[in-house]
Design a protein around this ligand. Structure first.
Ligand code: ADP
Length: 276
């Protein structure tokens, strides 16, 4: 009888645990659903603002054929820049969704970090007017070990961090890319600038989706507010971590991230579950 009771209790405990797990799963699904709804609501709001501007501009252009050429030019420029903002937003939104859904196939290979840094530097120099850019220097010691990473995605992280550093630093300021190894399994890469800095209580919030210090209505620097959320997804997916450092307002900012190095023969050291 004691055995039978013990067996019953065992079954009851297993069932209780299964229910608890199910409850847990339900809660996680509910939380995901809220996140998805929030994301859709925020994206809708973010798209509506530029869309309204474009509509107003096009309506004025079509209803006022005698509009002075200078004003016509301003209207066209405004519609074009808001179209570009919407394009970037949709692109970033799709990239973030792809990363968050875990559908990204990482193509890991052994690479010299310098190669990724060079690509990110030449990309920003072709995208932006040289005279508007602060001085950018890169110091990647040649003796550093190769990194085991997906080069295209790593260049994306570096480009986004460089874009931000340029946006929030005066053209007469400075931007430095540095990399070092402390002998462990990771390299640490830093993108530092002498720009406007970040308040200590915002160092983590800046990685939230759509976070922008200026708020949605006063975005002077452009951008989508998704760049750092994307960087965090990429760096984490590639096996590292990313964080921000700043002594505060006008004290410049540093964004650090880690990348796994190649140990042993590169092909034998592909991290498990990094490709799907
Ligand atoms: P975006 O740059 O498109 O606004 P991000 O996610 O890349 O979006 O950055 C979020 C916010 O973090 C920025 O709007 C800005 O307020 C802050 N931030 C990011 N990088 C820097 C930097 N280098 N210096 C100061 N603030 C920064």
């Amino acid at each position: 009888l004691v055995d039978a009771i013990a067996a019953q209790i065992g079954v009851a405990l297993i069932q209780a645990e299964a229910y608890a797990n199910l409850e847990d799963l339900n809660q996680q699904l509910a939380a995901l659903d809220v996140t998805r709804s929030n994301l859709i609501a925020i994206t809708g709001h973010e798209l509506r603002t530029p869309l309204s501007t474009i509509q107003v501009c096009l309506e004025s252009l079509s209803s006022e054929p005698d509009m002075p050429p200078e004003l016509r030019q301003i209207m066209l420029q405004s519609a074009l820049s808001d179209t570009e903002r919407m394009r970037k937003l949709v692109q970033d939104f799709l990239t973030l969704s792809q990363l968050e859904s875990g559908r990204v196939r990482w193509h890991l290979e052994a690479l010299p970090l310098q190669e990724c840094v060079d690509l990110a530097l030449s990309s920003i120099r072709t995208r932006q007017n040289q005279s508007d850019l602060p001085e950018i220097t890169a110091h990647v010691p040649p003796e550093l070990p190769l990194v085991q990473t997906d080069g295209e995605w790593l260049v994306e992280v570096l480009s986004k961090l460089l874009d931000n550093a340029c946006k929030f630093t005066d053209p007469n300021g400075r931007i430095m890319i540095q990399a070092h190894s402390n002998g462990g399994p990771m390299l640490e890469v830093t993108v530092a600038d002498t720009g406007r800095g970040i308040e200590p209580n915002r160092l983590e919030t800046v990685f939230d989706r759509f976070y922008q210090e200026e708020g949605a209505l006063r975005r002077t620097a452009g951008g989508t507010g998704l760049g750092l959320a994307i960087c965090r997804q990429i760096v984490t997916g590639l096996g590292g971590r990313i964080w921000a450092e700043s002594a505060g307002k006008d004290q410049g900012s540093k964004f650090h991230f880690t990348v796994p190095i190649v140990r042993g023969k590169p092909d034998e050291k592909l991290p498990k579950n990094r490709t799907e």
